[in-house]
Design a protein around this ligand. Sequence first.
Ligand SMILES: [Zn+2]
Length: 161
Amino acid sequence: MNKNKAEKRVVDASVLIHSTSLGDFQYLAPNSVILEIIDSRAKAIVESAIRNNRIRIEDPKEKAIEEVRKKARETGDLESLSDTDVEVIALALEKNAIVISDDYAIQNTASQLGLKIEVGVKDGIKKTIKWTSVCEGCGRTYEKKVGTCEICGSRIRKKPT
Ligand SMILES: [Zn+2]
């Protein structure tokens, strides 16, 4: 897997809470993510990462937030996404960054916006998810990008492989 350290990464709260280390990367996060970290051990890790400029706090602009909401409405993920989740995706969209999250709705929306995704694992952030397009109706899989299923006309969802 190609791990380019120069690439920007936006991280969500659950990944920060469950990470015992942050790997060698630099991260971006909206304020709302930092505020969600209550656990004292996780808070200590995150605060020290902020002090060392490993995590930079930045909030996405309204335009990016709107674009994410619009896409999430299309994919049906909007009701599963918190305002913080939307900000995570919006910040990644604005910075053309990789999204790091274990949340399916975040992953799906980000992926549909053309963003790269990584999942968080306990010993640091490692895995990159690969996606296939699957019809919600008949289960047919597509290699190319299609809006709706050519067979049954149902919605296409991306699924991690
Ligand atoms: Zn179908």
